[in-house]
Write a protein that binds this ligand. Structure first.
Ligand code: ZN
Length: 552
């Protein structure tokens, strides 16, 4: 046996869960050489791999499986928030009163470039005890001299009077029609005065953002605490800034960030479509393509449910005026973006929460005549709410679109569909994961961890728990017939997630030739009670064949 056949490391387990095509699930070994997997098999076949320098680790009956993949996350955004925002999310602050107290107390130590920035939840108005957003008078109780911004999820921003003054917002203010996130709305009172509440306007407001070395530190620490320790070895990053992407690749190059990043360039938030199509002129990755690559373009085609701006085929009924939400892009614009990205070798990921938006994207792509078999089209949040399941999934199929749903939203959002759309329409097609599995869809899980998300969102076991138990914030179980098994939940965050990312040739399973991104779990999640899933720890994390985390 030639020496170069010998593995660097061999991990032996009674429970090797490979997620491969043959469905290997039982005793076995995985052998690593360099950054790749060079062998997977029965223990009695492993001797050929073991040389004098090979490290053999027997983990007993602990589960050995591929590292988790999170195909939709906002790592730069959560890094920035972890470092500069005061966390006032429920349950940290349960009421407006607690929020005001927390923020007042934070003024002496937590100002960032003169601003007090705070992070609330998505559906903050439903989660706070008062079941409403704070009024302008309440926001001014925090301070009248210091600008205060509270981000209530990704779609709603709250400003105090001082912040509005700096932003030049008064009763005569006319907002831009659209921001990068959707249709801009200034919420006004009966007199026409701004209430301090803004929809889809975060990107156009003049508050300070984290930059430079601080950004790098923030990304490194957030990656460790919120991803590596949970066993996440690969992400699909929805980009924020080119500086953030470059910081990630520098950290990878310097061995300070054991996480592979495939990014979707947010157009126009990060750069224009033209720039994204020529991204090599605007981003200089410092690590190689196994660690960092530009996968596609990300666009918003509608808004979100929390601002009633997801474009739906049914009516929102919770406001005085019924509406069906708003498209943020025309079909022609979607078509143009898709074809431009494609001509530059990029895929397209479309934020489309509402079913009408999802169908409009599919129509646009079908009209381009591109074969569904290689459409490279992702629908972000597709599969969260499908009141007409057959029609919408039929459109996905015709266009070759891959849905990218977030099971984590079931917890935070699940209660609200009937509130928005009524008891009948709102109860149809909520997170229909079991049905999607049965119909042959690749059902992936991702966190969409961003500012307003649940603090646990980036832990894949939280998403798996959401898919398996289907329990909401208010403790309801939503459509239990749509529960998936724990084994399916694990697939959603490994091989299925790698497939949605378009990286299933190198990630998502333990197979010869793939990256040696491997995790060892403390216990077997398939043998635990549902609520125990939330507590499962990852004992060891290997990325590119190197042990990058071990639990103390
Ligand atoms: Zn997102």
């Amino acid at each position: 046996m030639k020496n170069d056949m010998h593995a660097d490391t061999v991990i032996l387990s009674k429970k090797l869960v490979a997620m491969d095509a043959r469905g290997w699930d039982g005793p076995g070994y995985v052998a690593i050489k360099g950054n790749r997997i060079v062998g997977v098999g029965h223990q009695d076949e492993m001797q050929a791999m073991v040389g004098p320098a090979t490290v053999v680790t027997d983990v007993g009956d602990r589960v050995v499986m591929p590292g988790f993949v999170d195909p939709h996350i906002h790592l730069e955004a959560i890094s920035m928030i972890n470092h500069t925002y005061v966390d006032v999310r429920v349950p940290i602050c349960k009421s407006i009163k607690e929020m005001i107290q927390t923020l007042r107390a934070a003024i002496p130590t937590r100002l960032f470039d003169g601003w007090l920035l705070a992070q609330g939840n998505t559906f903050y108005d439903q989660k706070l005890e008062e079941k409403r957003y704070p009024t302008l008078a309440e926001l001014d109780e925090i301070s009248r001299d210091i600008p205060v911004l509270v981000q209530a999820g990704g779609h709603i921003t709250l400003l105090n009077s001082k912040a509005m003054e700096i932003a030049g917002i008064d009763r005569n203010y006319v907002p831009p029609e659209f921001s990068v996130a959707g249709k801009c709305v200034v919420v006004r009172d009966a007199n026409g005065d701004p209430t301090g509440q803004f929809q889809e306007m975060e990107a156009v407001l003049p508050f300070p953002r984290v930059k430079g070395d601080l950004l790098k530190t923030a990304i490194r620490e957030t990656t460790k605490k919120y991803l590596t320790e949970y066993g996440v070895t690969s992400i699909g990053e929805i980009s924020e800034t080119t500086k953030g992407l470059e910081a990630m690749s520098e950290l990878q190059r310097d061995g300070e960030m054991p996480l592979r990043v495939a990014t979707y360039l947010w157009v126009p938030g990060t750069m224009t479509l033209d720039e994204a199509c020529n991204w090599q002129q605007h981003i200089k990755p410092q690590s190689d393509s196994e660690w960092f690559n530009v996968e596609g373009v990300k666009i918003f085609t509608d808004g979100g449910f929390s601002s009633a701006n997801a474009a739906m085929s049914i009516q929102y009924r919770h406001r005085e005026q019924a509406s069906m939400g708003e498209m943020a892009m025309s079909k022609e614009e979607i078509k143009h973006t898709y074809l431009s990205a494609r001509a530059s070798g990029l895929g397209l990921a479309c934020h489309a929460v509402g079913d009408k938006a999802q169908e409009a994207i599919c129509e646009a792509v079908i009209e381009t005549g591109v074969s569904p078999a290689n459409a490279r089209l992702r629908i972000e949040h597709g599969g969260i709410f499908l009141p007409d399941y057959a029609r919408t999934t039929g459109m996905w199929k015709a266009a070759g679109a891959k849905p990218c749903p977030q099971p984590t939203f079931l917890f935070g959002l699940g209660d609200f569909f009937t509130y928005f759309f009524g008891k009948v329409d709102g109860a149809r097609g909520r997170f229909p994961f079991k049905q999607m599995w049965d119909d042959g869809w690749t059902v992936s899980g991702s966190s969409d961890a961003y500012g307003g998300a649940d603090p646990r969102a980036s832990n894949p076991f939280f998403g798996i728990w959401c898919s398996v138990k289907r329990e909401t914030l208010y403790g309801e179980i939503i459509d239990p017939e749509q529960r998936v098994s724990v084994a399916q939940g694990l697939k959603m965050y490994t091989i299925a997630a790698a497939t949605i990312l378009g990286h299933d040739d190198v990630k998502g399973s333990l197979e010869v030739g793939k990256f040696a991104d491997i995790i060892v779990l403390e216990k077997d999640p398939r043998e635990e009670e549902m609520d125990e899933l939330l507590k499962i720890k990852v004992d060891h994390v290997f990325v590119a064949g190197k042990l990058v985390h071990s639990r103390a």
